[in-house]
Design a protein around this ligand. Structure first.
Ligand SMILES: Nc1ncnc2c1ncn2[C@@H]1O[C@H](COP(=O)(O)OP(=O)(O)OP(=O)(O)O)[C@@H](O)[C@H]1O
Ligand SMILES: [Mg+2]
Length: 385
């Protein structure tokens, strides 16, 4: 086995585990890919191709293997190739362990298997392949509603705290049951009390875990922001829980309004992650470029945190993002890519032939993406200008 790299984490020497990477990818009737069988080494992969050739679709398939979701926020039905009835995404993940993933999805059969065994709970599966995606939709982290930022926090906690996802799922079930009761007239007070108690106890634990994450996350975001913005702006990330003091008391106080609205009005499902640039809300005051930089900083922090917690870098999926940044801002990205390289991680980056970041050097695998096919690009085709 390869000797792990000796590196320094928080001033102390620590050993990173051998990089976890996607060694093999198989697609059948996924988006515009009819059939793809491809092998990837660890390291840097540049996916080059014109518009609408399948670059983002490929990243989407890898992200699906990591999270069982699309990063484009669409349902599985849209991932099936037009005119077909099912898709298959499968592959081999190599790291300290070897794993085989198979995802098959049709209108009637939904099947995820890990190492030949069906996956019953998503928590048993998450962590097989960790990925962080950088894409144009990330702008919603800054511009979009609080829900987008909560989803970011939830994914990060699910990727770092083993019990978080089941806790979140149980909380959401309790909230939905409580909402159903609130909408019913007359309200079943006994049942409402039971669900209120559940919402309070599960919700308080969610708040605790989110609160604990912030002191670890916020400095990483500020640091990443400083690197790419390369300006004196001060970025603050603050957790702003909907519950101020006592969850049970605040719920009781909003009871009359809850009846009127038929929904639970207080709780971590209403939390906010505040982003302040020089003390002002970024959504309202930051320029488009500043918002984009901020969104990237959040994702870089996610990658840094995952590396620190798990001792190996997540697979980085970088869609179009580098092309949008000027050279100065792009250079702030390089340390993250370098760290991934040091820890034998894996990076997939898309670009068109005009805008690929040539400062990345030649130490990369280049692929040509064309109409749902992938092939190693010949070096003659892609000589740097
Ligand atoms: N379910 C589907 N079945 C068949 N084709 C699809 C499906 N979903 C998307 N496509 C097509 O896949 C093609 C490639 O999409 P993709 O988003 O991967 O392009 P891209 O290479 O990332 O392009 P760009 O540079 O414009 O971002 C598009 O033409 C799109 O219409
Ligand atoms: Mg694309």
């Amino acid at each position: 086995m390869r000797e792990p790299l000796l590196t320094f984490k928080r001033g102390r020497p620590s050993r990173y585990l051998p990089g976890v990477h996607l060694a093999r990818l198989r697609l059948r009737n996924f988006r515009n890919y009819r059939r793809l069988d491809v092998e990837f080494v660890p390291g840097f992969h540049l996916l080059l191709g014109g518009n609408a050739q399948g670059k983002t679709n490929l990243l989407e398939a890898i992200y699906l293997m990591a999270t069982l979701r699309s990063f484009r926020g669409v349902g599985s039905a849209q991932l099936i190739r037009h005119g077909e009835k099912a898709y298959f995404v499968g592959g081999t993940v190599l790291g300290p362990e070897r794993h085989e993933i198979k995802i098959y999805w049709s209108a009637t059969v939904r099947n995820v298997s890990l190492d030949g065994r069906p996956v019953r709970r998503i928590t048993d599966y998450l962590g097989t392949l960790r990925a962080v995606v950088f894409c144009t939709e990330d702008l919603l982290l800054v511009k979009g509603p609080a829900r987008v930022r909560r989803r970011f926090l939830d994914l990060l906690l699910a990727q770092t705290q083993p019990g978080y996802l089941p806790l979140l799922q149980r909380y959401m079930v309790a909230v939905r049951s409580r909402n159903a009761l609130l909408r019913h007239s007359p309200v079943d007070e006994t049942a409402l009390e039971v669900f209120t108690a559940q919402v309070v106890s599960l919700g308080s634990e969610l708040i605790r875990q989110r609160r604990e994450l912030l002191p670890r996350l916020a400095p990483l975001v500020a640091q990443a922001h400083h690197r790419i913005a390369q300006s004196g702006e001060e970025l603050q990330v603050e957790y702003d829980p909907a519950v101020r003091n006592d969850f049970a008391v605040e719920l009781a106080k909003s009871r009359a309004r809850e009846r009127a609205y038929g929904t639970t009005l207080v709780g971590p499902h209403r939390d906010e992650l505040r982003l302040l640039l020089d003390g002002r809300p970024a959504a309202q005051f930051a320029s488009e470029g500043q918002k984009r930089t901020l969104a990237i900083a959040l994702k870089m922090a996610q990658a840094e945190l995952l590396t620190a917690v798990h001792g190996s870098a997540p697979v980085l999926l970088i869609d179009d993002v580098m092309g949008e940044l000027d050279v100065k801002r792009r250079s702030g990205f390089l340390p993250l890519l370098e760290r991934s390289r040091q820890t034998s991680g894996q990076v997939f980056m898309t670009a068109t032939e005009e805008n690929w970041p040539r400062e990345l050097g030649r130490d990369l695998e280049r692929w040509e993406v064309q109409s749902g096919t992938l092939r190693k690009a010949s070096s003659a085709l892609l000589q740097p200008l």
